[in-house]
Write a protein that binds this ligand. Structure first.
Ligand SMILES: [Zn+2]
Length: 135
């Protein structure tokens, strides 16, 4: 099986604030984060593409009971962002606390950065993850 974009390549790009997706040669859909096949038509004919890393918050949730390894950053917000290219991805929202966040957060434009997660017993080690800030 050929992986046109491995999770390590995706993570390495995130460390440089570059968001990589996979564009389907069959249906044109974009898959991000990387998967083996197109999220829309399951084709393996997908190729890496650079994404802008910008979009709009479509929904969010506040986390008051953190998962293991994330205790120091609690409470925090996880946002679902609709990227300008179409797909939705999840990421931490910085600069807004759960206490100050209201429904007005939904629809705000955001820009992606990243954080490096040291890894925990549930992951395969260190990796970068998307972090969003309102622009
Ligand atoms: Zn497709």
């Amino acid at each position: 099986m050929n992986y046109p974009l491995t999770f390590k390549q995706y993570s390495d790009a995130l460390k440089e604030d570059r968001l990589m997706g996979l564009k389907c040669k069959v249906c044109g859909s974009i898959t991000v984060p990387p998967k083996m096949a197109c999220r829309n038509c399951a084709s393996f004919e997908i190729e890496p593409m650079a994404m802008k890393g910008t979009g709009k918050i479509r929904t969010y949730t506040s986390v008051f009971v953190p998962s293991e390894g994330r205790e120091t950053e609690c409470p925090y917000i996880i946002a679902m962002v609709e990227l300008d290219e179409g797909p939705w991805i999840m990421g931490n929202l910085k600069g807004v606390t759960p206490a100050s966040a209201g429904l007005d957060v939904i629809g705000k434009s955001v820009k992606m950065g990243h954080e490096v997660f040291p890894g925990d017993k549930y992951s395969a080690g260190e990796g970068a993850r998307p972090v969003f800030t309102i622009v």
